[in-house]
Design a protein around this ligand. Sequence first.
Ligand SMILES: [Mg+2]
Length: 226
Amino acid sequence: MAIKVISFDIDGTIIDFKYNIAFWDEAIPHLYAKRHGISLEAAKKIVLEENDKVGQKDIRWYKPSFWFEKFDLGDHKTILNDLKHHVNIYSDTVPALKSLHKKFKLIVVTANTNEFVDIKLEVENMGSFFDKKFSVIDDFNGIKTPDVFKTVAETLHVLPEEIVHVGDDPQFDYVMPRELGINAFLIDRPDAYELFKKPEYRKNVDESHIIKDLRELVRKVDEMGT
Ligand SMILES: [Mg+2]
């Protein structure tokens, strides 16, 4: 079936993890330590423990507003903006978007909240390549499940088979969309999360659906025909 839409994950797919590290792993523990008068090491431990208690299946886990309120850290919006210079686009991203943009509708499907999406896609005006940006957290109150991908397809008036999705998470970007019939590809970059590289976490991924960068995605999509 002809491909009409190419869907992208954000972190680890079109930009690297520098911004996320600066926000989640550095800024939050730092602010927590300052606010509660404890050492940075102690704060890091508490923040991690609290993150784990909520867990990635709970949409609150993805919301900066939830954590800032929970930890009593004040307004999160200024911090989000202050860290903007950490957004770092992979070198193959913009050329791939430029090329694919000519033939297909491009979208983003992400577990970033809309605030993050706005900040991350503002860099190099990347946002202008995308026809639609779906924050599954804010827009569908969910995480990346087959149901959420189904809603995305319905919103765009296309069939799952007419969508290609690419992302770095073997479960949320590959298994979930594939379950619905979306042509999903797993991007396996050198800086991928340790968890994502574990054989047991990627055991359901077909080798032929693993790509190293977005140049390879352009070739894969070409091979699929239009
Ligand atoms: Mg990702």
